[in-house]
Design a protein around this ligand. Structure first.
Ligand SMILES: [Zn+2]
Ligand SMILES: [Zn+2]
Length: 477
């Protein structure tokens, strides 16, 4: 029997092809799997009837943890023959089935962390350690299908050892597009406030030490820059507050660990689940009676926004910042401007109040701010839905018959593309009052359209005639 299968949903960039390969091989089926240009996956299998039927059943039942299947179409027919084995074929640019999208970024997984902390592993302390189950996705993809040449990892050719892992079906990095190691991956370096590289043994340990000493650093992460400093030393926090013109707005912090967070905040079981989830949002926690961090972080508030490390880079920073229970990690931007994601722009805009920069060489395709979640009556409520969640769709009524694009209003803007009962929300864009903000909104809308592969039929905007988002919608109309 032969089955021709199309799978839609979040099925690229989540280890889906390696999973299909292993499943087909286990069931002794022949054929192929490949990614499509519409973010879906195409599979053809041939073999005995029981195995083919069991294969189709197990696609849904045994799929990788980060995969989401929204539709699976399987056509069953007589064998056509012509296959000698099961193969992962080169991706096709073909499009046609709208509704799939690449996944959000995921925090570094447990398996990768074990290697990260193992001195005999070749990725010991490698800050960009990832596998098919974890790491950045949305922030590195430039075009579909999700293959390394279409991501910002394309500038880093695989070394022989990484290539071996990438091509070995039994390896957990089989077809992992973000695979890299200290030999072939992006490099990181420390720079002074003018962006001039400072040579030092380990830029992360050095950066961590500088943070603990009370300096302010701009740190390039996964979705953009963070501005970081100590949480126990009020002086740099005060300085930062003055520089960012945020007299009242609280700064988010990153705690070294869950245990460290419990020393200054109350953590319920739901909050613990959110903090340690692969999405790793900032969670608004109630300060505990023993709260001892600088009052200037969230002045006059009972709550504090806390997240946990979500990439190897963060763990290394804490190694350097030995006694810091947490670090201020606020979004690297100027007031009312979007998060900065480019090294050069960071120096231009932040050198006025930042003492050092910690850079890395990987470009960021889509900037993405951290998400913010709050527990309300035992349920998680989004304050900001961004990294870890965008651009995964949410279900909406399917009464909407046409493809709609929404542009948001003026503050806290998020773009949205809705069709077929799904709303694909962009990352947090923020304020669009300034030209930088509206340019970011435009880029975001275009990118989301390209990734979903749909043609807009209806544009939705605020009724305010002079909002930049309204003007942008008119321009696109
Ligand atoms: Zn991993
Ligand atoms: Zn390598």
């Amino acid at each position: 029997m032969r089955a021709e299968v199309r799978v839609l949903g979040i099925v690229q960039g989540v280890g889906f092809r390696p999973f299909i390969y292993r499943l087909a091989t286990e069931l002794k089926l022949k054929g192929y799997v490949r990614n499509r240009g519409d973010a879906g996956v195409e599979i053809v299998v041939e073999g005995d009837e029981d195995s083919v039927r069991s294969f189709i059943r197990r696609i849904e039942a045994d799929k990788p943890p980060a995969a989401q299947i929204s539709r699976l179409d399987a056509k069953l027919m007589e064998d056509k023959g012509g296959f000698e084995e099961f193969k992962i074929l080169k991706s096709t640019e073909e499009r046609g089935d709208a509704g799939s999208i690449i996944p959000p970024d995921m925090s570094v997984c447990e398996n990768c962390l074990k290697e990260f902390f193992n001195p005999s592993n070749r990725r010991y302390r490698y800050y960009f350690i990832t596998c098919t189950d974890c790491g950045p996705r949305y922030t590195i993809i430039e075009r579909l299908p999700y293959d390394r040449p279409n991501t910002t990892m394309r500038g880093f050719p695989l070394c022989p050892q990484c290539l071996k892992e990438y091509t070995s079906p039994e390896d957990r990095r089989f077809h992992a597009q973000t695979v890299a190691c200290p030999t072939c991956g992006p490099k990181a370096f420390l720079a002074d406030r003018n962006g001039v590289e400072i040579s030092c043994g380990d830029p992360f340990l050095e950066a961590g030490k500088l943070l603990a000493e009370g300096f302010i650093l701009a740190i390039k992460g996964i979705g953009g820059f963070h501005i970081a400093t100590s949480t126990v030393n009020p002086e740099p926090v005060r300085k930062l507050r003055k520089a960012k013109y945020r007299e009242q707005k609280p700064f988010a912090i990153m705690a070294r660990s869950l245990e460290a967070a419990r020393t200054f905040a109350q953590v319920s079981s739901l909050e613990e689940k959110l903090l340690t989830s692969p999405e790793r949002p900032i969670v608004l926690l109630k300060k505990s009676g023993e709260y001892y961090l600088a009052e200037e972080i969230s002045p006059g508030l009972h709550n504090i926004g806390v997240m946990l490390p979500y990439t190897g880079l963060h763990y290394l920073l804490f190694e350097g910042a030995r006694d810091e229970p947490a670090l201020v990690m606020t979004s690297g931007n100027l007031p009312a401007e979007p998060i900065i994601s480019d090294n050069k722009e960071a120096v231009e805009k932040l050198s006025g109040f930042v003492d050092y920069f910690l850079f890395h060489e990987r470009r960021i395709a889509q900037p993405c701010d951290d998400s913010v979640v709050k527990s309300v009556d035992g349920k998680p409520v989004f304050i900001r839905r961004s990294r870890g969640y965008a651009p995964a769709p949410i279900k909406i009524s399917d009464r909407l018959k046409r493809v709609a694009v929404a542009y948001g209003a003026e503050e806290n803007v998020t773009a949205c593309i809705a069709f077929n009962g799904k709303a694909f929300l962009s990352q947090y864009v923020g304020e669009v009052e300034k030209v930088e903000g509206v340019a970011y909104l435009e880029r975001t809308v275009r990118r989301l359209l390209a990734l979903t592969g749909v043609k807009p039929e209806v544009l939705a905007c605020d009724l305010h005639p002079r909002f930049n988002s309204t003007l942008l919608a008119r321009k696109h109309a």
